[in-house]
Write a protein that binds this ligand. Structure first.
Ligand SMILES: [Zn+2]
Length: 201
């Protein structure tokens, strides 16, 4: 299976343009291979010794089968999430960022907390619709790597407590949210209704 790299570049640009705090931050998009994650927001190590930190988002080509199932909106939403990590990294000193990276790799509770708050940040900062849809996609996706699917489902579910205000502003009730969390119940009508509500905002 192949992926359309241009589609990724375009949606990466679109996602970045939505974060005003990232307009002057250097972030490139790269395609490469990595053992586990599908996308990762990383620091250019050399930039630790430069005036300004630089970053890149790595797309893991080993997960092409998974990536090729994503729609444009899904890719946009996922970039919204990855770039939210960079908004957070920008607030940290170099030393704190180093400590953060070590904790992220070795402390699964900390990682869970980081992913939850990053997702909430992206959701509440312009990516609500896309993140709902990407979540819906995850649930229904055919992912051969069971451990990875479990990881995704455990770490990327938007939590109602974090997104309540934004969701309600878009007319999404807790009931609709709960139905979206169920594997089977998410029907096309509900999604279309949410999509229209969000678009009309
Ligand atoms: Zn993340």
């Amino acid at each position: 299976m192949v992926i359309d790299k241009n589609e990724f570049f375009n949606n990466f640009k679109r996602a970045k343009s939505r974060y005003k705090e990232l307009q002057d931050v250097s972030i490139t998009l790269r395609f490469g291979k990595s053992p586990f994650f599908t996308m990762q927001a990383l620091l250019e190590p050399i930039s630790l010794f430069q005036k300004k930190k630089k970053y890149f988002v790595l797309i893991n080509l080993k997960r092409t089968d998974f990536l090729s199932q994503l729609s444009e909106d899904n890719i946009l939403g996922w970039f919204g999430h990855e770039l939210a990590h960079i908004v957070e990294y920008e607030k940290l000193t170099n030393l704190n960022l180093f400590v953060f990276a070590v904790k992220y790799l070795f402390d699964s509770k900390f990682r869970y907390f980081v992913e939850r708050s990053t997702n909430a940040f992206a959701f509440n900062n312009g990516f609500a619709l896309e993140l709902f849809l990407v979540w819906k996609k995850f649930i229904s996706m055919d992912i051969k790597d069971i451990n990875y699917k479990k990881y995704i489902l455990e770490n990327y579910c938007p939590h109602w407590a974090d997104i309540k205000e934004t969701a309600q502003n878009f007319g999404i009730s807790k009931q609709i949210y709960e139905s979206m969390k169920q594997t089977k119940v998410v029907n096309f009508k509900t999604t279309a209704k949410i999509k229209n509500k969000i678009k009309s905002k």
